[in-house]
Design a protein around this ligand. Structure first.
Ligand SMILES: [Zn+2]
Length: 68
């Protein structure tokens, strides 16, 4: 949803790169972070957005994982 409005991005990254990017994302103020780091490396990514609170969805900064 937020991808289509340019307010979110999924970055293909895994392992040490994912660790590094997560730290940078937090430093830079991203407030919505989704982590998919299971399965084949080519399918792993971090979702980043700066939407903050979304009525009925999230109260503020949040991080989540994706189901297998
Ligand atoms: Zn995403």
């Amino acid at each position: 949803m937020t991808h289509t409005t340019g307010q979110a991005v999924d970055v293909s990254v895994s392992g040490g790169g994912a660790y590094e990017l997560l730290g940078i994302a937090l430093e830079e103020g991203f407030t919505g972070i989704g982590v998919k780091q299971h399965g084949p490396h080519k399918g792993r990514f971090l979702h980043l957005d700066d939407l903050g609170a979304i009525p009925d969805k999230r109260d503020g900064p949040t991080i989540w994982s994706y189901p297998r």
